[in-house]
Design a protein around this ligand. Structure first.
Ligand SMILES: [Zn+2]
Length: 282
């Protein structure tokens, strides 16, 4: 699953490999993958352009090109990128192939076909994708318990739904949210604005732990060279419905929160403020 650790790995790998290299030709295999401009314009616009640097914002991969152009790609649930040293024939997973001037090829892949790309002048892409409306990044050095509590303050929605809104906090996907709540011993169905300052500290630390562990293990998917990361697909609670909680052995609950499948331990993560956790602190 492509969540922030997996996307961050791809961005870091691209930053090592792509700056200074130019795109010779672009082939779009699945036209609906290109959000804008029209696929024919997309390929014309990018031909001959040289990569300068690549950054991540939420799950958007933002490739800055010379001439103030931006190529944006989003892996959605299962998309990825692969850089091949020479030409390879596209497969059924290939959505877009970028042939580089030096003969290498960058393939944008997704077996489900949900991944998306867009390109254009930097400001135009930022505006159309509303990138400036995204919330603070969980992996930004300024992320803190105070900032987390500030973005949650007064919000009456469920905690998990609120934190999955990338305009409130950028960086948490479904899997990493469930893992973070379990580590912090906080129920994902709580009201977002109800966290105590202690719980804010616990949740902030848990989010950073989960994201950094995912990145250190290079995610659950393949990197730019095709090497699979070592992070576990199934973790402490995510995908573990009915299995014993690794901490207290209570069966993990699997439920739906809106559109999101959600896993938590009803014992470690009670629906009321966890007095045990508060007691442990003292
Ligand atoms: Zn438990």
């Amino acid at each position: 699953m492509a969540e922030v650790p997996e996307v961050e790995i791809l961005v870091r790998d691209m930053n090592e490999q792509l700056p200074g290299r130019a795109i010779k030709e672009v082939r779009v295999t699945l036209p609906e993958v290109v959000r804008f401009p029209e696929p024919a314009q997309f390929t014309t616009l990018l031909a001959g352009q040289r990569f300068t640097h690549i950054v991540r914002r939420a799950k958007h991969m933002l490739c800055t090109l010379e001439n103030n152009l931006l190529l944006e790609m989003h892996c959605m649930l299962h998309g990825t990128l692969r850089l091949y040293p020479t030409h390879v024939a596209p497969t059924v997973e290939t959505l877009i192939s970028y042939q580089l001037e030096d003969g290498a090829e960058l393939h944008f892949l997704d077996r489900l076909g949900y991944a998306r790309a867009s390109a254009g002048p930097m400001l135009e892409v930022q505006q159309k994708l509303r990138l400036n409306d995204l919330g603070p990044e969980a992996l930004d050095p300024h992320f803190s318990p105070e900032l987390l509590l500030k973005v949650l303050h007064g919000r009456r929605g469920k905690l998990k739904s609120t934190l999955l809104n990338q305009r409130i906090l950028a960086g948490l996907g479904n899997r990493d949210a469930d893992e973070s709540f379990w580590h912090a011993r906080i129920n994902p169905l709580r009201i977002a604005g109800s966290l105590s300052s202690y719980e804010g500290e616990q949740l902030c630390a848990a989010i950073l732990y989960v994201l950094r562990e995912g990145i250190n293990l290079r995610g659950t998917m393949t990197d730019l060279s095709g090497k699979r990361g070592a992070a576990r697909q199934r973790r402490c609670v995510y995908g573990q419905g009915g299995q014993p909680c690794p901490r207290c052995k209570t069966p993990i609950i699997r439920t739906m929160l809106g559109q999101q499948i959600t896993f938590f331990c009803p014992s470690c993560q009670p629906e009321t403020i966890n007095k045990n956790a508060a007691h442990e602190m003292s």
